[in-house]
Write a protein that binds this ligand. Structure first.
Ligand code: GLP
Length: 269
């Protein structure tokens, strides 16, 4: 066992979720990679939803390495896209679809026949969103939804105001998310103001949910997500409804504002 693993702690959230606190962002990548690889390896995660953002980059690097070394076979895995900017086709350089292929899908050998795009370019995304959900159902449902947490508590692109029973749909991005996206968006075109995302209810139907959060800047929103009463103002807080099907992995910095709660939670390890 490594020194980093020694410093990790595991807790049972009062509503059932497993909360793992690891010392560093790198330890989080390793823990998340172990969980995802184990679930793929034992056949319990054949159908995945995978996030974009900075948080899962290390996870994807580790999974890609495992596939390359022959330690992990992802060839049978099917991926449903969590979210996408409105009107960006799946081959647009700024699309989440291209980013996901570059970060993990190509290395994992997951071709476009096993990568289902949210209907970001559909004329009527809400109707096409229903068809997307039917496709998920016909595929047997999501086994594992891996999620990051936006600075304002969004999951996928379910921005504040998203209802617990929301489904795959078109929505307007918050000003905060548009500003954040703008920091890395090329100046040649404006940041899209709308996106198509799986809904909160879509995510809650996954057989398991893995929420990953890193860094001190997220410590306050982690508290609002895990401790304060669930609210549409912080859509990530609805993930608690999954109870024991939810695992949250936090690095120490992201967990800073929930340290006071831990004494009241059951310690599992
Ligand atoms: C985007 C994505 C989310 C992701 C979030 C967090 O908004 N739509 O799925 O979880 O970014 O990004 P980061 O990991 O960079 O904080």
């Amino acid at each position: 066992m490594t020194a980093a693993a020694d410093q990790s702690t595991t807790w049972r959230h009062p509503e059932g979720a497993l909360i793992e606190i690891v010392p560093t962002a790198e330890a989080l990548d390793a823990r998340a990679a172990d969980r995802v690889a184990t679930a793929i390896g034992d056949g319990s995660a054949g159908t995945l939803a995978l996030p974009t953002g900075s948080t899962p980059v290390g996870l994807y690097r580790l999974l890609s390495e495992r596939v390359r070394s022959g330690a992990l076979d992802m060839a049978g895995v099917v991926v449903f896209q969590l979210d996408e900017f409105r009107d960006l086709p799946g081959d647009h350089p700024q699309s989440f679809a291209v980013w996901l292929r570059q970060q993990i899908l190509d290395a994992a050998g997951i071709g476009d026949d096993r990568f289902h795009l949210v209907p970001a370019t559909a004329i009527d995304p809400d109707t096409s969103g229903q068809a997307f959900e039917i496709l998920i159902d016909r595929g047997g449902g999501l086994d594992l939804a891996v999620l990051g947490l936006g600075d304002n508590g969004h999951v996928a692109f379910n921005e504040p105001g998203s209802a617990a029973d929301s489904r795959t749909r078109l929505l307007t991005l918050s000003e905060e998310t548009i500003v954040q996206t703008g920091r890395t968006w090329p100046s040649t075109s404006p940041v899209p103001r709308e996106a198509v995302t799986m809904g909160i209810a879509t995510l809650l139907e996954a057989r398991s949910i893995l929420l990953l959060v890193k860094g001190a800047a997220k410590s306050r929103i982690v508290r609002r997500t895990l401790v304060d009463p669930p609210t549409a103002d912080v859509p990530g807080s609805f993930m608690r409804q999954a109870g024991e099907r939810l695992t949250v992995i936090l690095d120490q910095a992201a967990a800073a504002d929930i340290q006071g709660e831990l004494a009241a939670w059951e310690r599992l390890g």
